[in-house]
Design a protein around this ligand. Structure first.
Ligand SMILES: Cc1ncc(COP(=O)(O)O)c(C=O)c1O
Length: 405
């Protein structure tokens, strides 16, 4: 069998692979604690369930327009007006199978071979692979001051004649940090001046803590012409805990959305109809589930940060949002893949190696599970790493003895 060069250049999504490994170990009865996941535990909002169930009950489940049903687009128009204070037209919106497909289709629509896409490192695992799939070249940019937030100078230094787009994800997966309003204003102005696409991946923008809010890119945009290159990516996966429904969307200029819709119409047609109706329910129904999940996550974040900071030598940046924390474990191990493998093997804790996000020496730990999973998971990590902890640990009935130090 011969596999294409392109396919060979693409790696498996490490987070999905970890889900499989964790599920396999659990099936064997292993007491796995999964701190590697990327989905909240909450249930989908009731209005989402009612809407999709009503459609399924009718049995009349058919193809939809490639860019989404009018009811969903209308709900997105309203949502954008309410949460971004921005009035967009229905023909500036394309709904997709998750934000993932919205992003992928966008990259297909804007990239020519060798075009470069710049994004801050550490970055969400899929950006680089998606850019490569679309024939482009990923250009991650690490903050020069060793923090998780690049400056505008860090970004402009890597922008060149091949640069087509900049992706900003705030708050960020994997670090949870929020970029400042000043930075967002600068990057919007810079992209307008340089005629670059600015892709705002806002998938976590309502999951922000400590009374902060994610800066709204539209507030700083001056170019309101039909050819504005500002694109917002959103979806129901994270804020409504609806990862399995697979609904996301892109908002951009009319011509771009038309080009993206043409691509999607050949790739997958419109997203699954029951999921589109579920998204209408989530967007137009009572919003209290978002706030209650946000509060729960904030509490989980506090517990995780406090416990991690009790481990000697760990450097922990407090996340402003999302459900991820990205501690620096270099005091114990520089190779994050080795460290993640060690923790899985010895204490059955799943964590994602920082290497996958473009920053070794760190692990991404999710706080979207239960408090018990968070506290027990971190207790196990501390036991495995900290030479001052007790010699033995019980995983249920099983006694572990630390024989590797
Ligand atoms: C930064 C970021 N963007 C986009 C997505 C994709 O979300 P969706 O489930 O809508 O495809 C994810 C999911 O993990 C993400 O972390």
């Amino acid at each position: 069998m011969s596999i294409s060069q392109l396919a060979r250049s693409i790696s498996q999504s490490p987070t999905l692979k970890l889900n499989e490994t964790a599920a396999m170990l659990r099936d064997k009865g292993e007491p796995v604690i999964h701190l590697g996941g990327g989905e909240p535990k909450s249930k989908a909002p009731i209005n989402a369930i009612i809407n999709s169930a009503a459609l399924l009950n009718s049995g009349d489940v058919k193809y939809t327009p490639a860019d989404g049903i009018p009811a969903l687009k209308k709900a997105i128009v309203r949502y954008t007006e309410e949460y971004y204070n921005k009035l967009v037209a229905a023909d500036q919106i394309m709904a997709s199978n998750g934000a993932k497909q919205a992003l992928m289709t966008l990259l297909y629509a804007i990239l020519n071979p060798k075009d470069e896409v710049v994004f801050p490192a550490p970055y969400w695992v899929s950006y680089g692979e998606m850019v490569k799939l679309a024939g482009g070249v990923p250009v991650p940019v690490a903050p020069s001051d060793g923090s998780f937030r690049p400056t505008m100078e860090d970004i402009t230094e890597v922008v060149g004649s091949y640069t087509k787009a900049i992706i900003i994800n705030s708050p960020s997966n994997p670090t949870g940090v929020l970029y400042s309003a000043g930075f967002i204003a600068e990057v919007v102005a810079y992209c307008e001046k340089k005629k670059l696409y600015l892709i705002m991946d806002d998938i976590y923008n309502r999951l922000v803590f400590d009374g902060k809010t994610a800066p709204n890119c539209y507030e700083y945009a001056k170019d309101d012409t039909a050819s504005s290159r500002l694109v917002v990516i959103q979806g129901v996966s994270k804020m409504y805990a609806m990862t399995g429904f697979r609904i996301g969307w892109a908002i951009g200029n009319k011509n771009l959305i038309e080009a993206m819709t043409n691509i999607q119409s050949h790739q997958s047609s419109g997203p699954a109809t029951p999921s589109q109706w579920a998204a209408v329910g989530a967007l137009t129904g009572v919003q209290s589930s978002v706030e209650s999940m946000r509060l729960t996550l904030e509490n989980h974040r506090n517990v995780m940060v406090e416990r991690l900071r009790a481990i000697p030598g760990l450097q922990v940046t407090k996340p402003d949002g999302t459900f991820y924390c990205f501690p620096d474990f270099r005091a114990y191990e520089k190779d994050s893949a080795k460290l993640a493998g060690f923790l899985l093997e010895k204490v059955r804790v799943v964590a994602v190696p920082g290497k996958e996000f473009g920053l070794d020496g760190h692990l991404r730990l999710s706080f979207c599970g239960t408090i018990k999973e968070i506290t027990e998971g971190i207790e196990r990590i501390q036991w495995a790493l900290d030479p001052n902890s007790a010699n033995e640990l019980y995983l249920g009935e099983r006694k572990l003895v630390r024989d590797w130090l």
